[in-house]
Write a protein that binds this ligand. Structure first.
Ligand code: C5J
Length: 221
């Protein structure tokens, strides 16, 4: 077993049954001109976690952990996008509309791709998801079960939306979840801080948090 002096208390995990889940590190959230920017957000803070996330992915790969990437995106015909999701947000640039990086949040468009610095390696699983949570309407459960995964290390954006939703879904399914504090980011610093606090509260009610350096140390000494 490996051990991290995480918050709110030690996180113990077997690397042989642990996967790294990297949530939605897509151009549409991280670069100007995409979905996140269309909603009025400054994307610079999200770009800031790319180096730490790259280190985390590298550490997981070297330790032999499966690395699973997700992308929030919809079919070109929008048949998997509830009208309520499309109608909210930016009135001028909605999901499916043409933007500087192609149609907003549509599978196959440049904006829906993972940023090049964090590109999936050959053979790594990429889950396209229409919801905020990565378990909803996807094959993620089957992908984890096929690999015998029991523990998840999570990273990605945004902390309080897709990352937190996925972590709660995973926690409800019995996975032991740890969120990498400096490999996750929000457009709203106060929302990130609140999310980290509520995950750890009440005796790790959703899970644990630790830094990338702590995770690297646990995996590689
Ligand atoms: C959002 C996400 N924020 N990946 N998506 O709409 O967190």
């Amino acid at each position: 077993m490996a051990r991290i002096d995480a918050a709110p208390f030690a996180y113990e995990f077997d690397p042989a049954s642990t996967a790294l889940l990297v949530i939605d590190m897509q151009r549409d959230f991280i670069e100007p001109g995409g979905f996140g920017a269309a909603l009025g957000n400054d994307t610079a803070p999200l770009r800031g976690i790319i180096p730490a996330t790259a280190r985390l992915i590298g550490a997981a790969r070297r330790a032999g952990l499966p690395v699973i990437h997700t992308r929030e995106c919809h079919r070109p015909d929008l048949s998997d996008c509830p009208p309520a999701k499309r109608s909210r947000g930016a009135p001028t640039l909605r999901i499916g509309d043409p933007g500087p990086m192609g149609r907003i949040l549509i599978a196959g468009e440049p904006g829906a791709e993972i940023v090049p610095e964090l590109a999936p390696a050959a053979g790594e699983t990429v889950i396209d998801k229409p919801g905020k949570g990565a378990f909803y309407a996807t094959d993620l459960s089957e992908a984890l079960e096929a690999r015998g995964i029991r523990s998840l290390i999570l990273a990605g954006v945004t902390t309080e939306v897709c990352v937190q939703t996925t972590m709660r879904e995973a926690n409800d399914r019995g996975y032991e979840c740890l969120l990498a504090e400096d490999a996750t980011e929000s457009y709203f610093p106060e929302f990130k801080a609140a999310t980290l606090a509520m995950i750890r509260a009440q005796g790790a009610i959703v899970g644990w948090t630790a830094t990338v350096a702590q995770i690297e140390e646990a995996l590689h000494g």
